[in-house]
Structures are given as C-alpha cells and as structure tokens.
Design a protein around this ligand. Structure first.
Ligand SMILES: *Cc1c(COP(=O)(O)O)cnc(C)c1O
Length: 379
C-alpha cells in the first residue's frame, strides 16, 4: 500500500488521510472463507465497518461473495440492507422496544438474547401473522449477552415459546479466544455444544476473528470475523491469514529546534535531554489518537513513521496535534507538508494500540471524521 505522499485528488487543506484497500479487504474475506470452509464466513460490519465506511466495505464484500453480515443496531441494518439487498443480516444488539416492525420490514434477523426479547418477538409474530426470522444468542461464559443455561432449559421444556419464530441460527461468543492456551475456550465450546443441543437443530456460530484461529471444532456452520477482515491480528499467538487493509497518515505542519532542557507540549511532561528537532503533526485525540499515547521522559508512548523511519511521540497528545522527536531522522526526510504514518507498513494497528495501553480494535474504530478517506481498488 503506497503512502499518500501525493496530494493529487486530496481536498485542499487535508490534514490526515485514511487509505482503505478494498481489494485487500475482499482478499482477506476470501482467505478467511477458505480457512473455515465448509463452514460459511460472514462479515461483521458493525460501527460503520469498524470505522472504515460501510458504504464502501459492504459492496466490496458482496462482490467478493459474502452473503451474511452482522451489525449491532437497527440503523446499521437499514444501511446494510440498502447496500446488500439479498444478504442475510443479523443484528447483534437484538430486539429493542418498538423495533420489531422495522426489523421485519427489511428482513433483518435480530439476535435474541433473553426470554424477554423472545416473548416480545413472538408477540409481534402473533399480532402480525408473520413468522419472522430470529437468531438465538446463548451465554457460554462471557456473561455479557445471551440466554443463560436456565433460560435455555426453560425453553427446552416449553418449545412452543419459539413457535411463532423462524429460528435460523444459534450462536455464542468467546471470552478469551485471543489466547489459544486459555482453558476457557474449551469450556465455552463444551457449554455451547450442551446448550445448542437443547434448542432447535439449526446452524450454529461460535467464533469471531480470534476464535477462527482455534481450529475447525470452533467453526461450526458460520464464522463471524470483523477485525481480521480489516487486516487486524486478533490472536496473540496465531497469525490470521490476512493483510493490512488500512493505513493512516497525518500532515507534518512544522519542524522546530528545541534546545537541551526545552519542554514540549502541555504541562511540559517531556524535556529535551539534548538539542532536538521536533515535528508537529496534524492529528490529535479529536482524530482518535489516544491521549494515553502521550510520552514523558520516563514513559514512552506512541510512534509515527516518516519516510519509513520510526520516531517517538514526545509530550502530550493534544486535541489536534502531536509532537514527535525527529532528531535521529535524516534531516531532509522531514518536511512541512510531508506525511507521517500513524498506522501502516511501519506501525501495525496492534503496535499503535499497545503503545497507548489499548488494542488495535479501538484505534481502528475511533479514527475520526477529520481524516479524509481514500478507497483503493474495489471495482
Ligand atoms: C464484534 C463481534 C464479532 C466480531 O469480532 P472480531 O473480533 O472483530 O472478529 C463477532 N461476534 C460478536 C458477538 C461480536 O460482538
């Protein structure tokens, strides 16, 4: 993926660019599809396709052959339906009050997580004479969403409670699949097998991006990757067969010399131990650069790369700006108007996350609206 060092095509005054390679997105989906075959591979496109733009990513995934999508909310489902008229759409947040008619109208499938939701959707089915499609989420140990074991046993004793619904999928979600050695994975797998056997015999789904790397027993009939599609590496120990889709660059505004002892940025948390060159870059916490990527003298923080060479953030990340120490970089390589890579070939999403005490997921989904988005490929 080439750095957007060329201003051609960028609106005047662009301070930052997120570049998204739709061909690589499609390639990643195909690679993950192959990994889980004969299971189906869906695509999780909640939160505007992890911040990358559902309006571009969903059509690219449809063209790649993806037929099932997961979103979190009704509004996301409505957008996804416009972009993928024939796809199967699952709504992870389930059935919210008053949402049943809108869900049924677009043929979206709420993932029902409680007896309350099942009752409400069944009542809607009875009142309308429809038999709407539904998915069931069972809790296998995450204790976040999902029917409890008690709920599932109660349903098994009174299956007529599901009578008005066209149940299509039973799913659950893993807590620690990023660590293949965590015994929780096997425990949740066993609990999922136990609970799904009490429910209608429909397709099952257990794994997101990280769970897919635990091997075929975790694939069931449908896998649900999000992060790995966008090039993230979800597992701490097993590389997903995907390539980075995203790069992020921000403009270098100014370079200044700071004498030994000079302080940089709010509260002066970083002091130059030697005469230093500091580049000020046009991205800050309002753009999704975590303030926790700030760096004083004792603790290091985030990094950028300029001309492929890594330079550390020094001082506080402020709303619109970061300051980086470019003293060690070749003098000609850092120029006002040039670009600093925040995520890309030199700095992975995982590195950007770790340097700020968070994860690549949060870096990806918080990239701000001030970044101009450039889409490559996808035709
Ligand atoms: C977000 C989400 C996914 C996708 O997770 P990734 O780690 O991004 O692959 C899958 N299933 C559920 C229930 C989710 O909430």
């Amino acid at each position: 993926m080439s750095a957007p060092l060329d201003d051609t095509g960028l609106p005047p005054g662009t301070t930052g660019v997120v570049t998204i390679d739709l061909d690589l997105l499609a390639k990643n989906w195909r690679a993950l599809s192959t990994l889980v075959a004969p299971a189906e591979c869906a695509a999780v496109v909640k939160a505007d396709a992890y911040g990358l733009g559902a309006s571009h990513c969903i059509p690219a995934l449809v063209r790649a052959g993806c037929g099932s999508f997961f979103v979190a909310t009704l509004a996301e489902a409505e957008e996804a339906r416009r972009l993928a008229p024939d796809a199967t759409l699952y709504v992870l947040d389930g059935l919210l009050p008053g949402a049943a008619p809108a869900l049924a109208a677009i043929g979206a499938i709420p993932v029902l997580s409680s007896q309350l939701e099942i009752r409400a959707y069944s009542e809607f089915a009875r009142a309308t004479g429809l038999r709407p499609a539904a998915a069931l989420h069972v809790c296998s140990g995450l204790n976040r969403l999902g029917l409890t074991a008690g709920d599932v046993e109660a349903l098994a004793l009174a299956p007529e409670r599901l009578g008005g619904l066209d149940v299509r999928l039973v799913m659950s979600h893993l807590a620690s699949a990023d660590n293949a050695d965590d015994p929780m994975n096997e425990a949740q797998h066993a609990e999922f097998e136990h609970l799904r056997a009490l429910l209608p015999a429909v397709r099952a789904s257990l794994s997101a991006s990280d769970g897919m790397m635990l091997g075929s027993p975790f694939h069931f009939e449908l896998a649900r990757p999000g992060y790995a599609l966008y090039g993230g590496q979800p597992s701490r120990m097993r590389r997903a067969p995907v390539e980075p889709v995203v790069s992020v660059h921000a403009r270098i505004l100014q370079i200044r010399d700071v004498p030994e002892g000079g302080r940089v940025g709010y509260s002066g948390i970083w002091r130059a131990a030697q005469p230093s060159r500091i580049a000020t870059i046009a991205a800050g916490y309002a753009d999704g650069i975590p303030r926790s990527a700030s760096a004083g003298n004792a603790a290091s923080g985030g990094k950028v790369a300029i001309g492929g060479q890594v330079a550390p953030i020094v001082g506080r990340v402020s709303m619109d700006l970061i300051t980086v120490d470019v003293t060690a970089l070749p003098p000609g390589s850092v120029q006002p108007g040039g670009w600093a890579e925040l995520v890309g070939p030199a700095i992975t999403l995982e590195e950007a996350g770790a340097a700020a005490g968070t994860i690549g997921y949060e870096i990806l989904t918080r990239l701000g609206r001030r970044f101009h988005r450039v889409y490559q490929g996808g035709s």
